[in-house]
Design a protein around this ligand. Structure first.
Ligand SMILES: [Zn+2]
Length: 422
């Protein structure tokens, strides 16, 4: 009886853990979680709590309370890295993302004492299963972090770091747990991410702290961007670098923005083309190139990651990382709006106008036929008229603006970036 209870608890917790991980892909892409997925996770959580506190003979109120608090706490820890990636996210998410491992380790004695006082086997099994999964995750992160490569911090990154730290560097590094920074012989090194290490938490460093994108991440963004450009060229799919990536190529004369957090590429798919078939063909090619791919069919967007494709639980646990190197590959389609031929996308971008179909678009001749532009040492595909297109998205783009960087952090770094450009 007791053994079967334990098995049921392990299964119930595993189900809710997996269902919850699957929902985390939405906040990572800055989308809200669909209500169906939210309802499934809530239902599974309630089942977990009820199974631990209700039996044929008793209703254990203490177990109900304890299991509820425990599960909420665990799910704050597990979800925090994904929710903290949403622009202007709550500081609660940042706190849980930053200190997740310490919070889990701190929880162990509390859970131990609670288990000693409460003789509820199902509750013990719940604690054991959840903590076991967390310890395994922390151990795997720790081992994978050994696959990082040290590189000297460049002068610009160092001066941005010193400015944001207001010359109290050690305090700043400690407060924000910038574990990648290592001091060797009075020189600062960055412990750079690799294909087999967890990614650097780029979003946090760039958008919250106002630091430069680490050079390891920029290097991987470059590699990913060049690969995707080549694959789309080979498939004869009209495409162009977009958003901040295009802005970097034009304004920074062939470089990424120093605070780039992802790569934007868009492409045009013919009305006659089958979306599902195109996605599966592209996914198969990019898997062969060693990249993980996910999609949002609703927004007609394909996400290509620098990290290797992973399957099953590994694929879902990817959503627990505090960062990622990714290309947002957005689909445009040919259409007509107010008597003009336009290329339109499902989601809005900058000040792009709404079309007759309630999508967002620009005149075809602004984008097609595409031209090429230098980006990080290679000619890549870009819009026919990048200047006008950038003005549609960003207005007067020659001024330095920081779209997603926190206001305070943006203000501090503005001087350094302006001087660097003068
Ligand atoms: Zn990195």
């Amino acid at each position: 009886m007791i053994f079967s209870d334990v098995v049921v608890v392990i299964m119930l917790y595993s189900f809710v853990y997996i269902a919850y991980l699957a929902t985390l892909r939405h906040p990572r892409n800055w989308y809200t979680i669909p209500s169906g997925e939210k309802a499934l996770v809530t239902l599974l959580l309630i089942l977990n709590i009820l199974f631990c506190s209700v039996s044929a003979t008793v209703f254990d109120y203490v177990a109900l309370l304890v299991s509820s608090i425990f599960l909420i706490f665990m799910f704050l820890i597990i979800g925090a890295p994904a929710f903290a990636m949403v622009p202007k996210s709550s500081t609660l998410w940042e706190f849980f993302a930053l200190y997740s491992d310490r919070l889990v380790l701190g929880l162990i004695p509390i859970v131990g004492i609670t288990s000693y006082w409460l003789s509820n086997t199902k509750l013990h099994a719940l604690f054991g299963t959840a903590i076991f999964i967390e310890l395994l995750w922390i151990l795997r992160l720790h081992l994978a972090n050994r696959n990082r490569n040290q590189q000297l911090l460049n002068t610009h990154s160092l001066s941005v770091l010193q400015t944001q730290a207001a010359d109290r560097l050690e305090d700043f590094i400690g407060k924000h747990k910038i574990d990648e920074l290592i001091r060797v012989d009075n020189e600062l090194y960055w412990s750079g991410c690799s294909k087999t290490s967890p990614p650097c938490p780029v979003n946090y460093y760039v958008n919250k702290l106002g630091l430069n994108t680490p050079s390891c991440c920029l290097e991987h963004m470059k590699e990913l961007c060049h690969t995707v450009d080549q694959v789309l060229t080979d498939l004869e799919i009209p495409h162009w670098i977009d958003g901040g990536t295009l802005l970097g190529a034009v304004r920074e004369k062939g470089s990424f923005l120093a605070w780039e957090d992802d790569v934007d590429v868009s492409f045009m798919l013919d009305e006659s083309a089958n979306w599902g078939r195109f996605v599966s063909e592209l996914r198969s090619i990019l898997h062969q190139c060693g990249h993980k791919v996910t999609t949002s069919n609703k927004n007609r967007t394909i996400f290509v990651y620098y990290s290797a494709p992973t399957y099953w639980l590994g694929g879902l646990e990817h959503y627990r990382y505090r960062g990622e190197i990714r290309i947002d590959l957005v689909c445009f389609q040919l259409s007509e709006s107010f008597g003009e031929k336009v290329l339109e996308r499902h989601s809005s971008k900058g000040a792009m106008e709404q079309t007759e179909n309630r999508r967002y678009g620009v005149p075809v001749e602004m984008l097609l036929p595409t031209e090429t532009i230098e980006l990080q040492g290679k000619m890549v595909s870009c819009p026919k008229d990048p200047d006008t297109y950038l003005r549609v998205i960003y207005g007067n783009y020659t001024n330095v603006e920081y779209t997603y960087v926190d206001n305070h952090a943006a203000l501090s770094r503005k001087n350094i970036d302006e001087v660097g450009r003068a």
